[in-house]
Design a protein around this ligand. Structure first.
Ligand code: GSH
Length: 224
């Protein structure tokens, strides 16, 4: 039995955070692909609280929630480089702060802007842009949020680098404007070009089909 197993789906960006961390650090692992419409008894056993992917199984012990798993990887494989978190406690706190900010204040708004139409979509976009401005400022003078190499916060924002253009194509709107967010756009490119990132993304046409179907379903359910 492999020492490390990752329960994921083909498209979960939360699970991709863990794929990237394991890949950039060169930690060997097996992947177990879940079908979330028919969750395996193993997933339910290992993550009874949330019943979600990702779950990392290390020496038979399960860990869930992507931020928690990233920290576990960092603390367990201490000799594996690059470090995801900096040595300085304040900088570590900042990396965690930006990661949490992304999941609390950016991800839900970009999602809303993707699945809504008309006024609701416009409002979500305005709110998303207000928050993205903080990220734009944070990226001044930096290649990655983690400095010269991809770090904890970069991995948690990784979904932006690829999914934004998928969402833009499906919804037919510009989510991230090149003029307003030049540093963020450069970060997206740097992230995609970083070792192990591009090749681990699911195929674009498959993502387009998945998110097109999902958006159509969600819009059809909206009250008219
Ligand atoms: N906060 C969780 C979110 C994980 C999550 O939402 N996973 C989704 C797939 S992208 C899932 O497993 N959903 C199954 C469900 O909600 O039943 C994390 O960071 O790991």
């Amino acid at each position: 039995m492999a020492e490390v197993k990752l329960f994921r789906t083909w498209s979960s960006t939360f699970a991709l955070r863990i794929v990237w961390a394991l890949e950039v650090k060169g930690i060997e692992y097996d992947m177990i692909y879940e079908d979330l419409s028919n969750k395996s008894s193993m997933l339910l056993q290992y993550n009874p609280v949330y019943k979600k992917v990702p779950v990392l199984l290390h020496k038979g012990k399960p860990i869930s929630e992507s931020f928690v798993i990233l920290e576990y990887i960092e603390e367990t494989w201490t000799s594996k480089t690059p470090s995801l978190l900096p040595g300085d406690p304040y900088q570590r706190a900042m990396a965690r702060f930006w990661a949490k900010f992304g999941d609390d204040k950016i991800l839900p708004l970009i999602w809303e802007a993707f699945i809504k139409q008309g006024k609701d979509q416009e409002e979500a976009l305005i709110a998303a842009h207000e928050n993205l401005k903080y990220l734009e400022v944070e990226l001044r003078g930096k290649k990655f949020l983690g400095g010269e190499t991809v770090g904890f916060a970069d991995l948690t924002f990784g979904w932006l680098a690829n999914l934004v253009s998928v969402f833009e194509e499906v919804a037919g709107v510009t989510l991230i404007d090149h003029e307003k967010f030049p540093l963020l756009l450069t970060w997206m490119k740097n992230f995609m070009d970083a070792p192990k990132i591009r090749e681990t993304w699911p195929p674009r046409d498959k993502l387009i089909n998945k998110y097109r179907a999902l958006r159509e379903t969600l819009i059809a359910k909206e009250p008219k």
